[in-house]
Ligand binder design. Structure first.
Ligand code: PMP
Length: 412
């Protein structure tokens, strides 16, 4: 394994290919990251040596698979500094974790007249579960808006979060604006009013050091696939005292204590929330991805992405026909940059960029209320990760200039 952020690219065979006869510049890691060889090898090793169903077997392979699975849980615990492995629930992904909280804690604690507060920049995964819960329970869903610079409006947060608030659900980092929200301050605010706070860490955990105890969040969800593990594995962190009081999410095998004809009891946390056969290989892959990230150091990961943003953002903003959304100051920007090219539809832009080997996302990024707020239907979005370099940024700028020429003979 390579330990320098400058030469990680060789660990990602997928990047070493040509797309439309051009060098591939993969700038879509906010949608899903690529997997390094140590993660691929960990998966192969699991299936070649240890594969068995966990927890209920006494044979050697079952014990090994169980040890692998529980070791992965401990790696996650230490990675986000949870107090106990019992606070780490394996899920299908961030969406699954957020739905779990809405369907259990939300179902139990939200009543008519209560308020749930989200931000206008939420991904649909951290919006629709709360919206639907509010509708079902006759509660009110309130939004925290943005400042003129595209950051979360904390003055508005102080007004929106009141003694009626029972749940505050806010993303740690936006998948569109590229801002990091002050989750710790929001947690303090929520707690002052007796509410719990749910953090969406999908765009934060892969990119920066995260300490859930320091943030003092009550729940925090993220996906493995955005941090180089397989798809279909994710994590929900929850404070143990809360998890213990919550009803199960799903019923079936693995999550029970005892089952009798007319009643059942539940397993202890975290197993109460892990019904059915789990994605053990996914957890092993996530553990390997965490090892890989820790080998690089999360502060280095963050600094690397910041240096690429410092390099790209001024170049993008210098193009008069490009609009960048979110803060214009590179120091406030994560490795996610949403932009539009004059009047061109972002889908056309993304298709044209692909002709130059540049992979970006285009669309509403599962954040339609935010698009409305920004006054657009969609944007293009470039996003950086550890394996990107200045060459990728240069290739994007060159492809944007070529796209302008292609569509309009350069006349806008
Ligand atoms: N929240 C944010 C901020 C995201 O960017 C995403 C993924 N785009 C999600 C939640 C949902 O993640 P998943 O689809 O992996 O469940």
């Amino acid at each position: 394994m390579v330990n320098s952020i400058n030469d990680v690219r060789r660990d990602f065979p997928i990047l070493n290919q040509r797309v439309n006869d051009e060098r591939l510049a993969y700038l879509d890691s906010a949608a899903t990251a690529q997997r390094p060889q140590p993660v691929l090898k960990a998966l192969m090793h699991f299936y070649e040596h240890d594969n068995a169903n966990v927890h209920r077997g006494v044979h050697t392979l079952a014990e090994r698979a169980t040890a692998d699975y529980e070791e992965a849980r401990q790696k996650v615990q230490h990675f986000i500094n949870a107090a106990s492995p019992n606070e780490i629930i394996f899920t299908k992904g961030c969406t699954d974790g957020l739905n779990l909280v809405a369907a259990t804690y939300g179902e139990q604690n939200i009543h008519a007249g209560d308020e749930i507060v989200v931000s206008i920049m939420e991904h649909h995964s951290n919006l629709v579960p709360w919206q639907q819960l509010a509708i079902k329970k006759h509660a009110t869903l309130k939004y925290i808006g943005l400042t003129s610079d595209g950051e979360l409006d904390m003055a508005a947060a102080r007004k929106q979060i009141t003694d009626k608030t029972k749940i505050v659900a806010v993303t740690h980092a936006s998948n569109v604006l590229g801002v990091v929200n002050p989750l710790k301050q929001l947690a303090q605010l929520a707690h002052q009013h007796g509410a719990v706070i749910v953090g969406d860490g999908a765009q934060a955990v892969p990119h920066m050091p995260v300490d859930v105890q320091n943030l003092d969040v009550d729940f925090y969800a993220f996906s493995g696939h955005k941090m180089m593990s397989p798809m279909g594995i994710g994590v929900l962190y929850g404070k143990a005292d809360l998890l213990r009081t919550m009803p199960p999410y799903q019923y079936g095998g693995e999550m029970i204590g005892e089952v009798h004809r007319s009643q059942s009891t539940w397993a202890n946390i975290p197993f109460k929330f892990e019904a059915g056969t789990q994605n053990v290989a996914g957890a092993v892959g996530l553990g390997a991805a965490i090892d890989y990230l820790q080998g690089l150091g999360m502060a280095n990961v963050q600094a690397h992405e910041q240096s690429l943003v410092n390099y790209l953002l001024p170049k993008l903003e210098a193009l008069p026909y490009v609009t960048v959304y979110g803060p214009q100051n590179p120091r406030h920007h994560t490795g996610v940059i949403a932009f539009n090219l004059a009047h061109l539809h972002p889908h056309d832009v993304a298709t044209a960029l692909d002709m130059d080997g540049v992979a970006v996302r285009a669309g509403h990024h599962c954040a339609q209320p935010l698009m409305e707020e920004l006054g657009v239907v969609a944007t293009a979005r470039a996003s950086f990760y550890i394996y990107n370099n200045q060459q990728d940024a240069d290739q994007l700028i060159k492809a944007i200039k070529e796209t302008k020429e292609f569509f309009n003979g350069g006349t806008f």
